[in-house]
Structure formats: structure tokens, C-alpha cells
Design a protein. Structure first.
Length: 285
């Protein structure tokens, strides 16, 4: 028995060590950004990277970032919230309707559409940037907020997730009961199916929000006015200027640190919806 216990202990230790190393590898870049944001431009290149500075560098960097371009950073932050929040919301609306239709209706060409959807999941979005630019240019939308939001609305992966979740979470009996009571198909979707699908829709919103928030190539191609830049393109423009003005590197690092905060806040806020889903499942069980 002791031999078996020793073997079990060893098998548990190895995965724990692997997971700990993986977690450390994932968190090291974030720690570097946190430490680097506390340093002045002089300390950034002359002190040990793995330790923060306690000489008030962060407050100085934050003040300089706030003053840069009369608060240009906060305008970029607002633009990112508009692009990511608006795009993610519209993606949820479109994906909910499309996924629900694919899961609960039978129509000609359904398999073909679902196969095309799966193929769309495999296509890297970066390959669509140039065709999207040409299409939006013909429509006169390049250089506007819509040039970044519209291409983000249709997400094959989000539609696929909604289709899977609608198929698993929305009982056909409830829909039939609603039809007997005289509810329209639109009413069934938004009053019956959507509340049941809420945890899945929250997941779609979060994934799409993060994808748009971190997107660089699409806004870089679509936008030329820096007042419309999201954080990714705005910080990149600062990084380019840092080649001739090294002091701007600290602003880029501080801005990168601040750009993480909305993602963390959103994740913590949306966690309650997943918890409610688990509680509901336990009650039903």
C-alpha cells in the first residue's frame, strides 16, 4: 500500500510542477510590464528588469501619459471600448439569431451553410483584412468607426458556439409550447431561447470583446486619423516614435499595463453569469 501511495504522490507532483511552470511562463510577461511601468525612462534600461522601482516612477509615467497629446491615450481607450463593446454586442445579436436558426429549424441548404460556417472558422481573419478594406472603401466607410466595427460583427466561431449552445440548452418542448400559446418566432427567440442561452452568450461576448480589443491589423489598415485609433494602434504609433524619443517607451509600457485593466474588470463582472448557470444546473439536477 505504501508503494502505491508513493507512486500516486509522484504522479500528482509531476503535473503540479508542469502546471506551475506553465503558469509562471504565462505570468512572467505581465510581471515584467508591471515592474517596468514603475521605472523612469533612465531606470528602464539601467536597472534589473525583474524588480520594480520605488522612486515614484509609476506616478510620473502616469502623469506623462495623461498629458501626452492632451489626453490622447484616454481617447484611444474610449475608441477601444467603442470598437470592442459595440462590435461584441452586435456579434452576440447576430450570432444568437444565426446559431438559434441553425439549431432549431430545418431548411434547404442547412448542412451546406453549417459546413461553410465550419470552413469559416478555419480561415484566419487576417487574410480577410484586405478584401474587407476594398469593400468598405467602395462604400465610403474607410476611416470611420464603422470600418472597424462592421467586419467584426460576423464571427463564424461565435455563430458556431451559439448553434451548439442553442441545440443543447433550449428544449424543443418549450418552443412547441410557446407556439401553441401563440408566441411568434421572434418572441420565442428573445423571450424563451435567449435567457436560457445567456451563459453561452456571455462567453461569446467576452471572447469577441477580447479579440476586438487586441485586434491590431484591421484598425491599422482602416484608420489614418489618430483620433480614431484604438489602443493597439495608438500605442504602436507611440512605440515607433520612441525610436527617436526613448522617453516614450515608458509611456507605451504604462499604457499597455492600463489596457489590461478593462479586460480583467470585464471578466470579473461577467463571472457571476457563469456561476448562476452552475447554480441553475444544480437546482435542476
Amino acid at each position: 500500500m505504501s508503494v502505491l501511495r508513493d507512486r500516486g504522490t509522484r504522479t500528482k507532483i509531476v503535473p503540479t510542477i508542469v502546471l506551475a511552470l506553465g503558469g509562471l511562463y504565462a505570468i512572467l510577461p505581465l510581471l515584467w510590464v508591471v515592474f517596468a511601468a514603475t521605472k523612469s525612462s533612465e531606470e528602464l534600461f539601467t536597472t534589473f528588469s525583474g524588480w520594480p522601482s520605488f522612486n515614484g516612477g509609476f506616478t510620473g509615467n502616469l502623469s506623462a501619459l495623461n498629458d501626452y497629446g492632451d489626453g490622447r491615450f484616454w481617447l484611444w481607450m474610449l475608441n477601444s471600448l467603442i470598437y470592442a463593446g459595440g462590435g461584441a454586442f452586435l456579434t452576440v445579436v447576430v450570432s444568437t439569431a444565426a446559431g438559434y436558426a441553425l439549431a432549431k429549424y430545418r431548411f434547404t441548404g442547412q448542412r451546406l451553410i453549417f459546413g461553410a460556417l465550419l470552413a469559416g472558422v478555419l480561415v484566419p481573419q487576417i487574410t480577410l483584412a484586405i478584401p474587407q478594406y476594398l469593400m468598405l472603401s467602395e462604400m465610403g466607410l474607410v476611416g470611420t468607426y464603422w470600418s472597424v466595427i462592421l467586419p467584426s460583427i460576423i464571427s463564424p466561431y461565435s455563430i458556431y458556439l451559439c448553434r451548439i449552445y442553442a441545440d443543447a440548452a433550449v428544449p424543443d418542448d418549450i418552443l412547441e409550447a410557446g407556439r401553441i400559446d401563440g408566441a411568434s418566432e421572434f418572441r420565442l427567440l428573445w423571450s424563451v431561447a435567449a435567457p436560457v442561452m445567456l451563459p453561452g452568450l456571455v462567453t461569446v461576448f467576452l471572447l469577441q470583446f477580447i479579440a476586438i480589443w487586441n485586434n491590431f491589423l484591421l484598425p491599422y489598415i482602416m484608420l489614418a486619423d489618430d483620433s480614431l485609433f484604438p489602443l493597439t494602434v495608438g500605442l504602436y504609433s507611440l512605440l515607433n516614435r520612441g525610436a527617436s524619443q526613448p522617453a516614450l517607451y515608458t509611456l507605451v509600457i504604462t499604457g499597455s499595463l492600463l489596457s489590461i485593466i478593462p479586460i480583467i474588470a470585464l471578466f470579473l463582472f461577467l463571472q457571476r453569469f457563469w456561476r448562476l448557470d452552475l447554480v441553475a444546473g444544480s437546482v435542476k439536477g
